[in-house]
Design a protein around this ligand. Sequence first.
Ligand SMILES: [Zn+2]
Ligand SMILES: [Zn+2]
Ligand SMILES: [Zn+2]
Length: 439
Amino acid sequence: MQGVEKSNDLLSRLYFSSTNPAKNPLLTMLQKLYRMLEMNFQDEKEREAMTAFARTGVYDFVEDLSECESNTDHKNVSGSSEEDSVESESESEEQIDSHITEDEEEHEDEIELEEPPVWAPEKRFYMNRCYVDNLCTTSISSHCDHRCEQENHIPPNIPIYDGHLHLNENISQSQSDLISLQQTPPIREFHLINNNHKPHQWLITNIPTFSSHVHIYSTVGVHPKYFNPQSVYQILDDLRNNLEISKKNPNHKNKLVAVGECGLDETSSTTIDQQIFVLEKQIDLAIEFHLPLVLHCRGIHLYRKLYDCLRNRVQDKNIPIHWHCINSNANLHIVDLCLNEFPNSYIGINGSITYGTNTENAFLFKNWLVKRSPFLPSRLILETDYPYLPPRNLYGTYDPSCALVGTAVYLSKIVNNPNQNALSYIHSSNANIVSMYSL
Ligand SMILES: [Zn+2]
Ligand SMILES: [Zn+2]
Ligand SMILES: [Zn+2]
């Protein structure tokens, strides 16, 4: 402690007294500060964000969480829309990992009571940032000279295809979350398959506008949770109209690229028979309009029913099928049957593979992936399902590109095949999305 000399003044006596708890004032002060910080950052993710703040000088402020608060069912440190609470995908997360949801809800209550963060002046420099374990997220949106020593980098000449997301859910949020897509040369190309799965959103045409290096392709379909049985014929008529208009559209860029997402969902308020009816009509439309099919299934006992619908309706087995959101809750036996029966079928892997990793189902799912790893690249589609299902290894803003690469990083970690890595999965998934959706 330079500058402090032992003398007889009060301060010096206090400082050098062996019984004084403040014997080492700087250490005591730091310990107190740290304890104060700890009290404010009881959540592990927030501590991580704080560490990142120390490293980068950028912090995603707690008060930004308020945008996504209230009664949402799934929580993360990013801003997601309030509508998440009614969305099936988010609820599947809660199924897998309910204890985390509870913890996070408690934690949220605390946030509401907290004083504004002490770093308020820094807010002027706020920008969206995301962090992923073992991944240089700077390499996704900008450039990195690899001095960061992170394990995974994504070179700028590699395009990123997100096989399944929902940009219409909260348009302003999407625009801000996708901010890292606006980057400096050399420009990375982004291709996003935007699923329009709620009939009342089909008319939304002004989805966020992005730079010319962001390409958005739209699907149209009826999710099993979002139709009213009273108006089912009207909805199916509207769906057909949308497909007909798209078919006649001379501009190839504006054409719908698939029917879906559609399927079966045990948490829907409609009956399974009603859901099967709507699903079968959509399978028929996909066949009639020669379009790929995007499938959603929630509820392990419903996989067989969905598969039977497919087999009963589809004559030409070459129909492209994207069975999205395959995770430890899936009936993997049926997924195997589908992959065998339909040679152009793919499994969509998203952030939900990072949930509930200590469960028996997660262990079985991991083994399933490991055993199939030689064939995985040819049947894999990486997706985010943004704004739902943020991967657990993602901190900060839910940026779909970071989340997608983060999922690839996580996948390569659990599959652990020496011939595969995050980058090779992205390459394969990109090629599969191009082929499946005829982009
Ligand atoms: Zn880097
Ligand atoms: Zn879904
Ligand atoms: Zn979805």
